[in-house]
Write a protein of this length. Structure first.
Length: 119
């Protein structure tokens, strides 16, 4: 087999592989982030403000089909903020869905009063 034939076969195989990837990606529905309807911003704990403590917490939120929050699990970050974050997120409300699902939430406390949530 000549090098030009080898190149042609390799290019055809690559095109076939890429078309398979694009076709299968369109056939499988992608999981989307649940739509948040009501957000309660976590309170910055006073003692941590006084100590100039900042940090970020990542949690996984389990959401009931009716949109209420079932559970909040710590997934990393500064654990001293978890209680405040969990208390606030338990009051969040998501759009109803046909089944239970989860969402990833990141909350950043920046000394000494700013609280940013994603989403």
């Amino acid at each position: 087999m000549t090098s030009s034939n080898l190149f042609t076969h390799a290019r055809a195989a690559l095109c076939l592989a890429l078309s398979f990837v694009f076709l299968t990606a369109g056939a499988v529905p992608q999981e989307t982030q649940p739509r948040l309807l009501k957000k309660v911003v976590p309170a910055y704990p006073e003692i941590l403000k006084k100590m100039n403590v900042s940090g970020t917490v990542r949690v996984e939120v389990t959401i009931n089909p009716d949109g209420s929050v079932k559970d909040v699990e710590n997934r990393g970050g500064n654990a001293i903020f978890v209680d405040s974050v969990a208390a606030a997120i338990r009051n969040w409300k998501y759009a109803p869905a046909d089944r239970q699902h989860t969402a990833e939430v990141s909350v950043t406390f920046t000394c000494c009063s700013t609280v940013l949530t994603k989403p």
